[in-house]
Ligand binder design. Structure first.
Ligand code: AMP
Length: 185
């Protein structure tokens, strides 16, 4: 796949396509809808290139072995990031969706608990992994995914997020793992 090398203006134009949807899926939540961005080829290409950047060294060479995407918008963004880096893609799924032996991590939500899973053979010990998702909110999803990677004996090289909700503590949840976010709201 060939992607253009967009400049900063291209990325800003892309991020401007994200739509705010008040009170979705419940009152008080300002939902960040990335579907207008996904529907625009130039915007999608700019965002994919920017999210892939933390998986490269200063010469532009890929330095990760796998890209992991978290269900479900992490699949949409993560798979083309993996192609851009020339590596494979691994889905991290909600409980009960993966058909073979998995590792699982449960984490607290505002109400209740969620569980994420990854196939036990999806990563080799020592693999360097780039995590990709759309929104870093409380950081629970990212933290659980980092824990899953560590259960596999692999290493999280970096986390790449389209957007960070700066009023929530997500950044602190992921600790010392390098974090790239394309915008903070
Ligand atoms: P968290 O675990 O709290 O960091 O939440 C991250 C996950 O929830 C991501 O996979 C996002 O897709 C989704 N998410 C959280 N807050 C929002 C929001 N305001 N708009 C859209 N998606 C969100």
């Amino acid at each position: 796949m060939t992607l253009p090398a967009p400049g900063a203006a291209g990325l800003a134009d892309a991020l401007a396509l994200i739509a705010d949807v008040p009170d979705f899926p419940e009152p008080g939540i300002l939902f960040k809808d990335i579907t207008p961005l996904l529907a625009d080829h130039a915007a999608l290409a700019a965002v994919v290139a920017a999210l892939a950047a933390p998986g490269r060294d200063e010469t532009g060479e890929p330095v990760v072995d796998k890209v992991l995407g978290m269900e479900s918008r992490g699949f949409i963004l993560g798979a083309p990031v993996a192609l851009a880096l020339g590596v494979g893609f691994v889905p991290v799924r909600k409980a009960g969706k993966l058909p073979r032996a998995t590792y699982a991590v449960s984490y607290a939500l505002e109400y209740g608990e969620a569980t994420l899973e990854v196939h036990q053979d999806a990563l080799a010990p020592g693999d360097r992994v780039l995590l990709v998702d759309d929104v870093l909110a409380t950081g629970g999803t990212a933290r659980a995914t980092i824990d899953l990677v560590e259960q596999c004996g692999a290493h999280v090289h970096a986390v790449a997020m389209l957007m960070e909700l700066g009023f929530l503590p997500g950044r602190h949840e992921i600790g010392t793992v390098p974090l790239t976010t394309l915008m903070t709201v």
